[in-house]
Design a protein around this ligand. Structure first.
Ligand code: ADP
Length: 818
């Protein structure tokens, strides 16, 4: 549309060229003229526009008008594919225009310059062939020069000025030209001829015959145009800035390249790249990993040596190159050899050893098709889980690695961080695989029961992928970004407890329990494994030092307190150290370590046997607990004080244990009469329950019957047998419900030298897991109601402590004859 204003300027200077006069109206004010249908443009008054003439009829019409030196009327067609326009497909408002000479163009077309003169309204079609002739009424445009019109013109001009500044197509002269127009209608026409508008909009502006109205509309269109131009400008300048920066960077890089070349550094980089390529080509990898490595190498060659990505890509490539992808150690499936290795290092642990030998047998028959089992070793610390894992690796001829999961609560620790993170690394699994160097190690995941969960995602979910034989052949580490095959790894997890392990994980594993050892077993382990090893480690291998059995038993009983043998080994080590020093100092060292000599080496005993120096008391019952270290035995104490029936609990009792104490009290109150307690008593006293070793938190429902026994004892003043230990949950009706950890608890009771153990009847099934030897030395009673518990645990009321008297200040007398 630029031509419009440009040519209109030429038009002025070439006025002669258009020296055709406007048609003269007849008496009724109508004019008659040839109609030229326009397909692609709307001609505005005062504007010069080139027209293309395509149809023969149009050329003839124009020729005819020129011969007669008449103006023609240009009218827009409604649609542009019209072959023979008629009254129906023409708009009725057009422009009277003077035409210049017909010009024949080199491509065979014909064009003509048209100068718009005035708006005309077609009123009648006079002829339609060979061309159209019409009668029309010229439209006069009068405006009164109000201040509003002046303001509108000024506003339009100012918008137009801004458009001219921003638009690359409009030269500054356009604004100068507009500035010199005095008529609002003309200004509207001039401005609209410069805007890129759809034809219907142009026609609409033509039909807006009120000049002020038209100018208003044009100025709103101008506003819209200006917005577009501003947007365009801001986008362009952004693009320009970007391009400038890139060019600058390219220039600097090129300079740097030249400098590096001059300094010989580029050659070094190139050399390193070549070496990397060679390493990648020689390294045995999965096709996917090799592909990835080559791609990263290609990226590396494209960036300049000093770019920050270089380090990142090289570290990544190092990871790919250092990881074992296919390297395997060959399995030794010789069963006799394996059995020998396992027995040589470990006493007992029959179940675990058998499981390994079975696996090896199946492997021999089924070959690789057999999926490696995932074992979970569960038991207290020091029961040989880790060391058996090592022996398994040794028996199979595989590497052994160990990773602790304790406290891992971020999924990224298992699965790594994406490389987009600064300082990203693979997760622990892949890191360990790199360290071990083969794809089939025995991989021990320690403390799987101590996995945490927090906002960083669930590490258990990632572990699932590691431990699922269906998925772990394509384990995905975020850093590595290529799948890694873990299916050849022999995973063994370890835990102290089963409870905290997510069920989905537990489901994938075969649980093998490592029960605590009884004293006899400890003695055997010490004699056959721990002592020879410690002596050797302390350079006393063939010094003939001998630990007597009584000495070993004494260490087990009075210097250690554990289900496993870790501290036992430590104490033996201590004795060896003292001996070694004497030998080194050239003194005469004892060869026979007897029980009597132990205190000399180890100092006074650390733990006193449970029953020694303890007597039956009122308000003190013996409970069995299950802890991480195996089992534990504890006294639960209840004292009465003058008060108002409050229950006071101390010794760091967890919520469940507190509720258990409440339940025990409620049972006692509800059964007061049958138990021989004065119901009023409860309003006169406060009941204080204390669990010793107050700094250690305790929880769980299994102390229920012990709590009740201690309370009833305090309230009835009947003493509790100290050598009766018990465990069981209590209901409000006094029923005894089953509990967990029975084996550990019974072993503890045995270790502590308790005479009788009271267990819930429904735990009877757990007794099969307890070594016969232990059961032989204990009187285990299965109970299902509190009455039975009391019958076993309470002594008959004695003369001094009458039932129901419940007097607080009364101190129990030791009369059990010990
Ligand atoms: P865990 O992993 O269960 O905490 P460890 O495997 O670290 O226990 O065992 C602690 C120590 O006790 C090791 O030196 C181990 O050799 C020894 N040990 C444990 N059980 C046995 C056993 N049955 N026979 C021989 N040594 C044992």
């Amino acid at each position: 549309m630029v031509e419009g204003w440009l040519l209109s300027m030429i038009g002025h200077s070439l006025n002669d060229f258009f020296s055709i006069n406007d048609a003269q109206p007849d008496a009724d004010g109508f004019i008659e003229a040839v109609l030229l249908p326009l397909a692609e443009t709307v001609v505005y008054p005062n504007m010069v526009t080139p027209l293309m003439l395509e149809r023969e009829a149009d050329i003839a019409a124009v020729g005819e008008a020129q011969i007669r030196r008449e103006t023609v009327i240009g009218v827009l067609m409604r649609g542009n594919e019209i072959a023979a326009p008629t009254a129906e497909n023409l708009y009725t408002l057009g422009t009277e225009m003077a035409l210049g000479r017909l010009m024949h163009l080199p491509d065979g077309g014909t064009s003509v310059l048209a100068q718009g003169r005035r708006r005309v309204q077609i009123v009648e079609f006079l002829q339609t062939s060979p061309y159209i002739r019409v009668r029309a009424r010229p439209i006069a445009e009068d405006v009164s020069e109000t201040r509003e019109v002046a303001a509108l013109m000024r506003a339009t001009l100012s918008l137009f000025q801004k458009c001219v500044e921003l638009s690359p197509q409009l030269p500054e002269e356009a604004y100068v030209y507009a500035l010199n127009i005095e008529h609002p209608g003309w200004l509207a026409d001039m401005v609209s001829s410069t805007l890129d508008l759809p034809l219907t909009e142009r026609q609409r502006l033509l039909e807006t015959t009120d000049p002020v109205e038209r100018l208003r509309r044009v100025s709103s269109l101008l506003g819209r145009e200006l917005e577009m131009l501003e947007l365009e400008e801001s986008i362009q300048s952004q693009v320009r800035r970007e391009v400038d920066r890139n060019q600058r960077e390219m220039f600097l890089r090129e300079q740097m390249r030249v400098i590096q070349h001059e300094l010989g550094e580029a050659d070094i980089f190139q050399q390193e790249l070549d070496e990397l390529r060679q390493r990648i080509e020689q390294k045995e990898m999965t096709p996917e990993a090799k592909d990835k490595a080559l791609k990263e190498l290609a990226r590396l060659t494209m960036i300049p040596p000093m770019a920050p990505e270089v380090g990142i890509i090289r570290t990544y490539l190092d990871w790919l190159l250092d990881l074992p992808w296919v390297t395997q150690s060959e399995d030794n499936l010789d069963l006799a050899h394996a059995a020998r290795v396992l027995d040589a290092e470990h006493y007992g642990l029959i179940k675990a050893k058998e499981r390994i030998l079975e696996h090896m047998a199946v492997r021999q028959l089924a070959g690789e098709a057999m999926k490696t089992p995932i074992l979970c070793f569960v038991g207290p610390p020091g029961t040989g889980k880790t060391s058996l894992g090592k022996s398994i690796a040794q028996a199979l001829g595989r590497e052994f690695v160990r990773v602790s999961l304790g406290g891992v609560h971020d999924e990224a620790e298992i699965r790594g961080h994406r490389r987009t993170y600064i300082g990203a690394l693979p997760g622990r699994i892949i890191q360990t695989m790199r360290k071990v160097g083969t794809i089939n190690p025995v991989f021990m995941l320690d403390e799987i029961d101590k996995l945490g969960v927090d906002f960083h995602g669930d590490p258990a979910a990632a572990l699932l992928e590691v431990l699922d034989p269906e998925q772990n052949h394509a384990f995905s580490d975020h850093y590595l970004d290529v799948s890694y095959d873990l299916s050849h790894v022999f995973f063994i997890t370890t835990a102290n407890y089963l409870d905290p392990i997510p069920p989905a994980l537990l489901d994938r594993m075969e649980v093998i329990e490592f029960p605590g050892y009884v004293e006899d077993e400890k003695v055997s382990i010490a004699r056959h494994f721990l002592i020879p090893r410690q002596l050797k480690q302390h350079g006393l291998g063939d010094s003939g030092v001998h630990f007597e059995e009584e000495a070993i038993r004494l260490i087990c009983r009075e210097y250690t307190y554990e289900a496993g043998v870790r501290n036992l080994e430590r104490e033996i080590g201590k004795v060896c150290r003292k001996l070694a020093r004497r030998v080194a100092e050239g003194k005469r060292a004892t060869k026979r370590i007897t029980a009597e000599k132990l205190t000399k080496f180890l100092g006074p005993p650390l733990f006193l046997p449970w029953l020694r120096e303890e007597s039956d008391e009122v308000g003190v019952a013996t409970g069995l607990a299950w802890t991480e270290a195996g089992g534990d035995i504890m006294a639960i104490e209840v004292t009465l004080m003058p008060g108002k029936g409050n229950l006071l609990l101390t010794g760091q009792l967890g919520d469940v244990m507190q509720e258990s104490a409440q339940a025990a009290l409620s049972y006692t109150r509800s059964q007061a009469r049958q138990l021989g307690i004065d119901p009023e008593e409860f309003d006169r006293v406060d009941i204080h329950v204390h669990l010793p070793e107050g700094a250690i938190p305790k929880d769980g429902p299994s102390a229920g019957i012990t709590l009740a026994t201690a309370m009833i004892s305090a309230l009835t003043q009947r003493k509790v047998r100290r050598d009766v230990a018990m465990t069981g949950e209590i209901t409000l009706r006094g029923r005894v419900l089953p509990v967990g950890g029975v084996r550990e608890k019974v072993l503890t009771a045995h270790r502590a030298g308790v005479r009788q153990v009271l267990l819930p009847k429904r735990n009877e099934k757990d007794l099969v897991e307890i070594p016969k030897r232990v059961l032989r030395g204990l009187d285990v009673q299965l109970v299902s109601h509190m009455d039975e518990v009391l019958a076993y645990a309470l002594l008959p009321p004695d003369a001094t402590g009458a039932a129901g008297a419940g007097h607080v200040s009364k101190l129990p007398r030791n009369d059990n004859g010990e």
